[in-house]
Design a protein around this ligand. Structure first.
Ligand code: SAH
Ligand code: SF4
Length: 394
């Protein structure tokens, strides 16, 4: 059987792994054994699964394998963040980014190569859509990140055990945000399988509060989400009214703000436990960052429990948009805070390796500024590899 025709065990959720073993005439507990080998111990060789008999391993090897995506480049920022370029089956490459912070390590995961939604401020959107990632290519990013970071000596994040997880299962990545390249709700089934592995105790065991799906508003898919997951939700809003949002986030013309907020509220109501979504708002100078926009946003969300995350625009070469000044970000924040909202401002991280929000493109291409950044990041990597090592996560 050729390699491509074999089942890739890396992307199988627990129910799919159980179905795989049922096909082989085996008991369901083989599925949990195999998940642990792949996701907790990081094996790629079925023969290393020593608590599975040789006979069964041979049966498995005849039809299946563990095929992680290929990492083609690794960039390490001076702020401790890391970015990896991952080649996927379609021949495209996508990017994933690890951001260490006190007490946690967040991995920003891609779901598609490119994106069809064409938001006017997003480098991924400018590329257009290339392909959906398979479940193995999505979960493979987490699989790789933990392996690579452990190899760098990055310690498991301190808060990891807050829910009583066994210490031997702790790994450097404690939080996931589906905020890399692509619109996760447009690759629904594969993203759902990957999310279930992230939260599955036999795999990564991440808490639902630490796995966030971010969407620009694919309402029909958001309406179905509650039947598949209880992950946390981020809504990429970016504008306080339909007129402006139609320009910045074109999918708004199909699913306007009120429909999106209704759908998000429905999803949140199924989660209970006082969980609220995060409203993402990229601040672009002179476009959506005026005081009046902040007041309008405060009014729009007044019956919608949420937190607000402001993201100062990260520039990229194909865009004429500019980042607002620190004082206009702070004014915007203050208006929302005075209206009673919890507001955070996302600190720009990993800008030196082209890994800040919205800068991910997966292809170096003819973008000169990015080439310059890569050259700088390569220099940083050489320095770190020569001895100083990566700054461990606190
Ligand atoms: N497609 C999904 C997830 C990927 S985008 C979504 O849109 O939510 C992840 C986040 O980065 C989104 O909130 C997006 O609006 C933001 N973003 C995109 N381009 C950006 C840029 N140039 N500067 C800052 N944030 C950006
Ligand atoms: Fe796609 Fe999200 Fe970028 Fe919009 S912001 S183009 S939905 S990746």
């Amino acid at each position: 059987m050729s390699s491509e025709a074999k089942t890739n065990l890396l992307g199988l959720s627990l129910p799919k792994m159980q179905a795989f073993f049922a096909e082989l005439g085996e008991k369901p507990f083989r599925a949990t054994q195999t998940l642990k080998w792949i996701h907790q111990r990081g094996v790629v060789d079925i023969d290393e699964m020593t608590d599975i008999s040789k006979v069964l391993r041979e049966k498995m090897k005849a039809v299946a394998e563990i095929r992680p995506p290929l990492i083609t480049q690794e960039l390490r920022s001076s702020d401790g963040s890391c970015k990896w370029i991952v080649q996927v089956a379609s021949g495209s490459s996508v990017e994933m980014v690890f951001i260490p912070e006190a007490g946690r390590g967040t991995l920003c995961v891609s779901s598609q190569a490119g994106c069809s939604l064409d938001c006017s401020f997003c480098a991924t959107g400018k590329q257009g859509f290339n392909s959906n990632l398979s479940a193995a290519e999505i979960i493979g990013q987490l699989w790789w990140a933990n392996k690579k970071l452990a190899g760098f000596g990055v310690k498991p994040a301190a808060e990891w055990n807050e829910e009583g997880r066994a210490p031997q299962n702790s790994r450097p990545v404690s939080n996931i945000v589906m905020m890399g390249m692509g619109e996760p709700l447009l690759n629904f089934d594969n993203v759902m399988d990957a999310l279930s592995l992230m939260m599955e105790d036999q795999a990564y065991g991440l808490s639902k509060r630490r796995v966030t799906i971010s969407t620009s508003g694919v309402v029909p898919a958001l309406d179905r989400l509650k039947d598949y997951t209880d992950a946390s939700l981020a809504i990429s809003l970016h504008a306080p009214n339909d007129e402006l949002r139609n320009v910045l986030v074109p999918i708004n013309r199909k699913y306007p703000i009120q429909e999106l907020l209704r759908s998000a509220a429905d999803y949140m109501s199924t989660l209970g436990e006082r969980r609220v979504p995060v409203i993402e708002y990229t601040l672009i100078a002179g476009v959506n960052d005026h005081r009046q926009h902040a007041r309008e946003l405060a009014q729009l969300l007044k019956n919608f429990p949420c937190k607000i995350n402001l993201i100062p625009f990260n520039p990229f070469a194909q865009s004429d948009y500019r980042r607002p000044s620190a004082s206009s970000v702070s004014n915007f924040r203050q208006i929302l805070q005075e209206a009673g909202y919890t507001v955070t401002v996302r600190t720009t991280r990993a800008d030196d390796i082209g890994a800040a929000c919205g800068q991910l493109v997966g292809e170096i291409g003819d973008n000169t500024r990015r080439s310059e950044r890569y050259a700088e990041a390569r220099r940083i990597r050489v320095i770190t590899e020569q001895g100083s090592g990566v700054t461990p996560v606190a």
